[in-house]
Write a protein that binds this ligand. Sequence first.
Ligand code: FAD
Length: 397
Amino acid sequence: MAKSPRAKAAAGATRADIGVVGGGAAGLSAGIALARAGWSVVLVAPPPQRADGRTVALMAGSVAFLEGIGAWDAVAPHASPLASLSIIDDTDSLLRAPPITFHAGELRLDAFGHNVESATLVRALADVAAATPGLVLVEGSVADVALGETGVRLTTAAGGAIDVALAVGADGRGSKVRAAAGIEAREWSYDQSAVTAILAHDRPHRDTSTEFHTRHGPFTLVPLEGRRSSLVWLTTPRRAEDLHALPAEAFALEVERQAHSMLGAMRLDGPRGLVPMGGLSAKRFAAGRAAIVGEAAHVFPPIGAQGLNLGLRDVAALVAALGRPGGDPGAASKLAAYDASRAGDVRMRTLAVDALNRSLLAGLLPVDALRGAGLMALSAIPPLRRFVMRQGLGAAV
Ligand SMILES: Cc1cc2nc3c(=O)[nH]c(=O)nc-3n(C[C@H](O)[C@H](O)[C@H](O)COP(=O)(O)OP(=O)(O)OC[C@H]3O[C@@H](n4cnc5c(N)ncnc54)[C@H](O)[C@@H]3O)c2cc1C
């Protein structure tokens, strides 16, 4: 092994095996999982951002992962089961596909996963992180990442130095760690924004998430506790801004109308958010003494609840690739194993989500025919349905 970076750390610097940059759900999970595996970990993150009505549907594989790192008990009281997933073709195409519903029971599961408000998830993970031995939390942001042959120095905006053997970038789409490691990323944008909100409604959702495929993108209602659902409405940036600016009552009425009153009368029951839609795909998951996880490595539109589920699989793969503590966590062979283990999964899902989103926006009859035929095949062929459902769960079940 190369000379320990810890031995070379300057006086006054904090030292650890691993430095995690970023305190979103991916970063906190990474900090907890790596510390539980026995590594000494420092996690640097600013205080959490305010809630914006965004929720995450955590699929069964992610729930199992959170159970494994001792975090699920803190999240579970706030999470609602997703027993069925419906897709409704709400385009005006001549070749509209029939509605299709997937039931978790077809895979002998009670639920595909659980839906939880993002801000609540991050708060719960932060509580678990604060109580995890071997994990030191530093509030602030990293201003500089200096990658060397034998170690990495993280310098905080407040001027503090942290010397580690491996930097884990969980610092989101504008990742400083990714840039410092020279990892190239392809970025693109869609002519869409997402309006997010939490709504209360008169009719029960029966633990069913419903995705209406409209010509401007999917409009999705995902169950929350009681008669409440979270909304992700992808539409043109102009319309999204208008919707976001509407008074609460008028906004709820627009949502009810777009949902064809499926859940009855609706009322705004929490914060609203507006997110411009784009994608990002890093060329590699590791370089030098840095590894990237979550949105630092991949961003795509919120279709099919993939984003954070992939991020948690990144974390699980990184922990597995690093193996038992004692050696050098930044060793090239370990990071190469991590990179190799994530490439296929992430590329496949990035392509699939992008293709589905663009097929809706295209408005071309042959493209509609292909999308419609795909959905019809899913309706009619049970083994294909089960295969697709398992893929949606992250092939962890
Ligand atoms: C509308 C919408 C709906 C979604 N629904 C789902 C869903 O149902 N299921 C799903 O799996 N995914 C979903 N996603 C995706 C999911 O929200 C993201 O994948 C996830 O939140 C990303 O988490 P992250 O920790 O990787 O990044 P982030 O949440 O962006 O966290 C990055 C963190 O890094 C910090 N940071 C940045 N720079 C620095 C620095 N220099 N120093 C220190 N800290 C820094 C930031 O402050 C932040 O805390 C959805 C996304 C959207 C937009």
